[in-house]
Ligand binder design. Structure first.
Ligand code: GDP
Ligand code: FO1
Length: 308
């Protein structure tokens, strides 16, 4: 059994590569829910959406979120009524949020909702939220404290960040499936996908007991760097590292995860590796095609086997 920890885009890409190699009973994917929020009455779980849409092959690759071949009539009608449209819900995507909100209102857990969505989309690998309890990421910025989506989408990650909080994480229990996987004696590797360390991975690690479980589990913990040659492939990872006084490089990623990691996977283009203390695998980590995703997944699994 392999456990992958994933945020949105970077997480979804490697998870898809792993799912192309491993069977449904060999891969479990725990997804960040720190980005979740309620928007005009609808419960949105962006990283779960990105992971499930990508695994199902339905995602919009260009935008990095939402469904491919989307239309926007709902959004136009909503704007006409004076609704807020800075967070764009496409017509097809809307169905996911309506059904999630409906099922949650009937008392289902987010894990149950996610399992139902996965089954409807034909996803056979296990995908679950990191927790069924609410965890919400807040950013202390130069324009005040902002909830995650206000910072990320409305403010386009522009405000300078001074601190990040994962509200509720210390009281949140891992979801049942996550807990079960963490306790699985057949768990042979934990893979931290190339997700944003501060915004996507840290909330998962902050959930009650997750970090200690990873540290005490005999399976190797491996991360794939989301930073290549000092730059994030997409999004604010490098900018945030800089603003929080960290080195925006693979060495900074190594330092950030520290002794949680048994191994770090870095890109072949990264020459500045001297300061990295963990064992490293150097390979192509840029996933542009499905074959790139599979190749990286296969490299990571082989690296994991070498660390057991
Ligand atoms: P988000 O929640 O949608 O921002 O998604 P994640 O946190 O999962 O992913 C964002 C991170 O993925 C960014 O820091 C990117 O640099 C990284 N990323 C995206 N695509 C790739 C890729 O192909 N290779 C690597 N190494 N990192 C990637
Ligand atoms: N990201 C945007 O940049 N603009 C949007 O309008 C937007 C809408 C949206 C709707 C549903 C969904 O599941 C995700 C959506 N995202 C949008 C993605 C956004 O939430 C972020 O990329 C993630 O939270 C970061 O992980």
């Amino acid at each position: 059994m392999i456990l992958a920890l994933a945020g949105g885009v970077g997480g979804a890409k490697l998870a898809t590569g792993l799912a192309g190699i491993l069977g449904p009973d060999q891969l479990a994917i725990a997804v960040n829910t720190g980005d979740d929020f309620v928007f005009q009455g609808l419960s949105i779980s962006p990283d779960l959406d990105t992971v499930t849409y990508t695994l199902a092959g339905l995602n919009d690759q260009e935008k990095g979120w939402g469904l491919a071949e989307e239309s926007w009539q709902f959004l136009a009608a909503l704007e006409r009524l004076g609704g807020e449209a800075w967070f764009k819900l496409g017509d097809k995507d809307l169905a996911t949020h309506v059904m999630r909100s409906y099922w949650l209102s009937k008392g289902w857990t987010l894990s149950e909702v996610t399992a139902r969505i996965c089954s409807a989309l034909g996803i056979t690998h296990q995908v679950f939220p990191m927790s069924d309890d609410p965890v919400r990421t807040f950013l202390d910025t130069e324009i005040g404290e902002l909830d995650f989506q206000t910072y990320f989408v409305r403010e386009r990650c522009q405000p300078k960040v001074r601190n990040v909080r994962y509200v509720g994480a210390d009281q949140a229990k891992p979801s049942e499936a996550f807990m079960k996987t963490l306790q699985d004696t057949y768990l042979s590797a934990i893979i931290i996908c190339p997700s944003n360390p501060i915004l996507s991975v840290a909330p998962i690690l902050a959930v009650q007991g997750v970090s200690p479980s990873l540290r005490s589990h005999p399976a190797p913990v491996i991360a794939v760097s989301p930073i290549i040659e000092g730059k994030a492939v997409k999004g604010p990872a490098a900018k945030l590292f800089r603003e929080l006084g960290k080195d925006p490089s693979v060495a900074g990623v190594a330092e950030y995860y520290g002794d949680l990691l048994d191994g770090l996977v870095i890109d072949a283009k990264d020459k500045d590796r001297a300061a990295i203390r963990q064992k490293t695998l150097i390979t192509n980590t840029l996933m542009q095609t499905d074959q790139d995703k599979k190749n990286l997944a296969s490299d990571v699994l082989e690296f994991a086997r070498s660390l057991i």
